[in-house]
Design a protein. Structure first.
Length: 202
């Protein structure tokens, strides 16, 4: 059985406590997170690139999902889910326009007040060795790794607020919440973030 991402396991009880019912696993890959969340009692949609969706159509567990979508369908889907899960997907999106499209799709399918769990690779030499959440780092520009600061700068303009985060030996996992009146105002948000750099564990 494929093992789900550590952040999905770590926060699954938190999701239940917040009465989260519907989930979009965006960049589902082998369905490892989607099927784990189904077993935990969540209603799960999964989305990926067309070629991956085609490969998954024959997967016997697909019938357990609420839906399996191609990424091109997400703009119009308007699922209104309570949670979007994104694990090790953002690292492989190179172009800025593709990152923006990805985040547009997240917002389009997440209800106001909903959550985004993002886990991404971070440079090993920047990983936090204790979990006091007091350490701040910066990854080199152009790298395929991120810190929580890097992701904050990208996500705040979309109406997201960081709730909490933690570092492991090779990754950072961050839980965001979408503002009730979220709007995508390109070019805004980073300055406001700079004046509010705080980590708040849930």
């Amino acid at each position: 059985m494929t093992i789900p991402a550590s952040s999905v396991v770590r926060y699954s009880r938190f999701f239940s406590s917040k009465q989260i019912n519907t989930v979009l696993d965006y960049g589902t890959g082998t369905l490892r997170n989607a099927l784990y969340l189904v077993r935990q009692g969540f209603t799960v949609y999964a989305a990926d690139l067309p070629e991956q969706v085609k490969a998954l159509r024959g997967h016997p567990a697909v019938k357990q999902l609420a839906g399996l979508l191609k990424v091109g369908e997400l703009k119009q889907s308007r699922l209104g889910v309570d949670l979007v899960v994104s694990t090790y997907v953002f690292n492989i999106i190179i172009r800025k326009s593709q990152r923006e499209r990805y985040l547009d799709n997240v917002v389009a399918n997440l209800r106001a007040g909903g959550y985004l769990l993002m886990e991404v690779s971070c440079r090993r030499d920047l990983a936090v060795r204790d979990l006091t959440l007091e350490h701040y780092f910066h990854c080199d520009d152009g790298s395929k790794t991120y810190t929580h600061h890097d992701l904050d700068r990208l996500l705040v303009p979309y109406g997201f607020e960081r709730i909490c985060h933690y570092y492991s030996s090779h990754a950072v996992a961050i839980l965001y919440q979408l503002a009730v009146e979220a709007s995508h105002s390109a070019g805004t948000g980073a300055a406001a973030w700079d004046s509010q750099q705080q980590t708040r564990p849930y």
